[in-house]
Design a protein around this ligand. Structure first.
Ligand SMILES: O=C(O)CCC(=O)C(=O)O
Length: 190
């Protein structure tokens, strides 16, 4: 089915210039706070198939899949991106959750970003760096799907109803040997 423009996702290829994206990728790759979290699924602790770190305003907490993340302030480079996103999309992001996919074996299953603290209609700005990966979205109403391929420096805006009427995923791609980093800027309401 051709979803045309009837879709609350906006793909902005090259939102960051290649030079900006490459510098940011190198900086983020070198961070020491990447961790492999685990989530509780059906009563079992399961390691996440990716690494993550979290930044946010001091005192902000965000919990997903029983994993509690705490804001301890912002690094200058991510604060600058947060401000740019705020100016361009009007999203008052006070947190960023970063995902590192070591290669195509890392992935993210179908889900929505709809935790209670994200409010009744969460909007998310998602920035991709490194290896291009597919990003699939699926509409609840009829199961229609659409695939984006998110490349180095691309921004994906997930707007109104993107988290209430749709799910999304990053499927495994076993032929991909290189790393990708994704930053999801979110507004957490206390
Ligand atoms: O890696 C991506 O592009 C998506 C990340 C995502 O879905 C999430 O953090 O909830």
């Amino acid at each position: 089915m051709d979803l045309g423009s009837d879709i609350p996702f906006l793909h902005r290829p090259g939102w960051l210039s290649a030079a900006e994206a490459t510098a940011l990728l190198a900086q983020l790759e070198g961070r020491r706070d990447w961790t492999q979290g685990s989530v509780r699924l059906f009563g079992r602790e399961v390691p996440e198939p990716r690494l993550t770190f979290f930044e946010g305003d001091l005192g902000i907490t965000y919990t997903y899949a029983h994993r509690r993340l705490e804001g301890r302030g912002w690094s200058p480079e991510l604060a600058a991106l947060r401000d740019r996103i705020r100016a361009e999309f009007g999203l008052d992001a006070n947190t960023v959750l970063a995902n590192l996919y070591r290669d195509g074996r890392d992935s993210m299953g179908w889900h929505r970003d709809n935790e209670r603290e994200l409010g009744h209609d969460p909007h998310v700005a998602s920035l991709s760096l490194g290896e291009a990966r597919d990003f699939d979205v699926r509409r609840d109403a009829d199961g229609a799907t659409h695939r984006f391929t998110l490349g180095h420096g691309d921004l994906l805006w997930m707007g109104t109803q993107s988290q209430t009427m749709w799910t999304h995923s990053v499927p495994k791609r076993l032929k991909i040997k290189k790393l990708r980093i994704n930053l999801t800027f979110r507004q957490v309401f206390c």
